[in-house]
Write a protein that binds this ligand. Structure first.
Ligand code: NDP
Length: 481
């Protein structure tokens, strides 16, 4: 029997996706550059379903029914191009090449255009949920041509995570849209994790609450509107005691956060499309700062780093609730910024992104899965789209309710000296959005003075320049530089 799909690249992610397809009744042809991984997968899990192990890409391609579907799950970057170059001569018009790794969306756009010239479909698919998701149901964000989705989509929907009967897999848009949406997902994940870290720091620094006790607080928060996978696992990590020392694990882990690059990509893309993704940017910067051990040590030496808890026993419960509200409001801002970025990118790259559908994909299977996403989906499901998530009927009232607590917490962080960059910058973003006038007017004045960049007026059409170096008269109708 010819296989329904071929998977090349059988490290942890590829192997788990292949098993997921097989467990769902598909015949899966297997290939890996080095034979050992194929053999190991067959030895350990060959009985889980119909697998067709192959030793070469030629064999892999020959074992597939048409149109052929070949899923590449190799190391992101050059290896993907290398595999594509080897595959293309073996394929025929209408075949579908799928890249489900963490590729940059610009690479996906380039590869898609290149393969389209040869009559092949190239589908960049964002997959979130880690190893476990890949095996048991990830959140899947496919791009590529609409036509390719007709053939590939049903298979992906079968292996995807399920949210109350809805598969967390929809076609999101052409060429690199799937990888773009996955990238923004990761950016939001960075912000979610950083703001959780800020809460941890505030609860301990200002209120002296130890990790084990905080674990219970996060567990309680997980039954409020904050219910999410990341809050749930925060409780688990905080509750975990190190076997070697008996200390909380968080106290023996080096406080330098790593990154594989998707957060940075999101910020760079945000800058490119002109979207103010400050919460995501601050999260990426916070990780970078955490890794600057030498500068941190010198600064601590110079200025002292001790924080004195100042929340009294009697005020503790109110403080904890304030932190929770600040977390919620900040989270709304980071999602609002992520959505804004998606919408601006859609214009720039010609994608018809459906925000409700994208939010629905993130409700299960992925790292940012949260109850909130179901509400976000509903907010964007109507014809009249909110101009910002913060203004959606579903969120406006809760944001207003959280605002006083949010301000108190940001102020408290500043006066106590506890860094809360995402909470603080998110509040600044909110305040800037609602401001009557922004100092951008002064910026324009300065730009006009030193560079004759001109300005617009609130009371007249056209562009204007003040003759700053001369008689200070205003020149009307000058060209913008
Ligand atoms: P790796 O990223 O570690 O890649 C290893 C695989 O790539 C092996 O099968 C290896 O073959 C193959 N490979 C490397 N270079 C080449 C090449 N030049 N030609 C052919 N094959 C090559 O595997 P993972 O399973 O961890 O990740 C796969 C993809 O999934 C990556 O893009 C990664 O970023 C992404 N990923 C996604 C996650 C998620 O949550 N969505 C989590 C983890 C990863 P060989 O055995 O012969 O060396």
């Amino acid at each position: 029997k010819l296989a329904d799909i071929g998977v090349t690249g059988l490290a942890v992610m590829g192997a788990n996706l292949a098993r997921n397809f097989a467990r769902n009744g598909y015949t899966v042809a297997l290939h890996n550059r080095s034979q050992e991984k194929t053999d190991a997968l067959m030895d350990a899990h060959g009985s889980e379903g119909d697998f067709v192990p192959t030793s070469t890409l030629e064999e892999l391609v020959a074992s597939l029914q048409r149109p052929r579907r070949v899923l590449i799950m190799v190391k992101a970057g050059n290896p993907v191009d290398q595999v594509i170059d080897q595959l293309v001569p073996l394929l025929e018009e209408g075949d579908i090449v799928i890249d489900a790794g963490n590729s940059h969306f610009e690479d996906t756009r380039r590869r898609e255009a290149h393969l389209a010239e040869k009559g092949l479909h190239f589908v960049g698919v964002g997959v979130s949920g880690g190893e476990e998701g890949a095996l048991n149901g990830p959140s899947i964000m496919p791009g590529g041509s609409r036509e390719s989705y007709d053939s590939l989509g049903p298979m992906l929907e079968t292996i995807a995570a399920d949210y109350e009967g809805d598969p967390c897999c929809h076609w999101v848009g052409t060429d690199g849209a799937g990888h773009f949406v996955k990238m923004v997902h990761n950016g939001i994940e960075y912000a979610d994790m950083q703001v959780i870290g800020e809460c941890f720091n505030l609860l301990r620094g200002a209120a002296g609450i130890e990790p084990a006790e905080q674990a219970k607080i996060f567990e309680e928060w997980n039954s409020t509107e904050l219910e999410s996978y990341l809050i749930e696992i925060t409780a688990r990590v905080l509750a975990h005691e190190d076997a070697r020392t008996g200390k909380p694990l968080v106290d023996v882990v080096v406080d330098a956060a790593g990154q594989k690059g998707t957060g940075r990509w999101t910020v760079v893309s945000g800058l490119e499309v002109g979207s103010p993704v400050s919460a995501i940017a601050e999260s990426v910067f916070a990780r970078a700062l955490s890794s600057q051990a030498d500068v941190r040590a010198a600064a601590r030496e110079a200025f002292g780093g001790d924080i004195t808890p100042d929340v009294s026993e009697g005020d503790k419960d109110a403080f904890i609730e304030d932190v929770r509200q600040a977390l919620y409001a900040t989270k709304l801002v980071s999602y609002a910024q992520g959505i804004d970025m998606l919408q601006l990118a859609a214009k720039q790259y010609g994608w018809d992104l459906d925000i409700a559908k994208i939010a629905s994909l993130w409700r299960a299977g992925c790292i940012i899965r949260a109850e909130l996403l179901d509400t976000i989906m509903k907010a964007y499901a109507e014809d009249a789209q909110p101009v910002s998530l913060l203004l959606a009927d579903e969120f406006r009232a809760s944001l207003e309710k959280a605002l006083p607590a949010w301000r108190r917490i940001v102020a408290h962080a500043a006066t106590t000296g506890i860094p809360a960059p995402v909470m603080a910058s998110s509040l600044a973003y909110f305040d800037a959005l609602r401001a009557g006038r922004l100092p951008a007017a002064l910026t324009q004045g300065l730009r006009d003075l030193f560079g004759a960049h001109t300005y617009l007026r609130i009371d007249a059409e056209g562009s204007f320049h003040t003759n700053w170096s001369g008689d200070l008269t205003e020149v009307v109708g000058v060209d913008t530089h």
